[in-house]
Ligand binder design. Structure first.
Ligand SMILES: [Zn+2]
Length: 155
């Protein structure tokens, strides 16, 4: 990431914070609720907080659509947790419980659980049905956060 400032959505109160370029976002606290902006853990999102995160974050947002009854989801949970601590503060990791948020799973046409979906500036840039191990998750993420946005989506 460059020296440009970035907008980061607080995982606690969902307000938008502006982090100046060069500042370590891992140490930044929310201007409103004073909680850390990054905790090294994925953030459980509802439909409302999901919208705030994908629309207002300048960093890519990765979403894990999971369900409590899904064995592969349980197997991937510690992997997702570990990789989130590695990629913060360059990527925001969210978790969406598909059973609790049927509107979101319908809107994004989620047919497999788990499904990983990567957003940049509110747009879906990559989608991965099925669980990944840590090595493949890292590789998949690096590939898609590094690729340039399509011209139509660049601002
Ligand atoms: Zn906050």
């Amino acid at each position: 990431m460059s020296e440009a400032s970035r907008h980061i959505v607080c995982p606690n109160c969902n307000s938008v914070n502006r982090i100046r370029g060069g500042k370590d976002a891992r140490k930044a606290k929310c201007g409103r609720c004073h909680q850390p902006l990054f905790t090294g853990h994925p953030v459980d999102a509802s439909a409302k907080t999901f919208a705030a995160h994908i629309q207002h974050n300048d960093i890519p947002v990765l979403v894990d659509f999971w369900a409590p009854w899904c064995g592969p989801c349980k197997a991937m949970a510690p992997v997702y947790e570990r990789v989130s601590s590695e990629f913060e503060p360059d990527v925001r990791f969210l978790k969406v419980n598909a059973d609790m948020e049927p509107d979101l799973t319908a809107r994004y046409n989620i047919r497999a659980i788990p499904t990983l979906m990567l957003f940049r500036k509110g747009n879906v840039v990559a989608q991965q049905p099925g669980a990944l191990d840590a090595q493949r998750l890292r590789a998949w993420l690096r590939q898609h956060i590094a690729s340039p946005l399509p011209a139509s989506q660049a601002s």
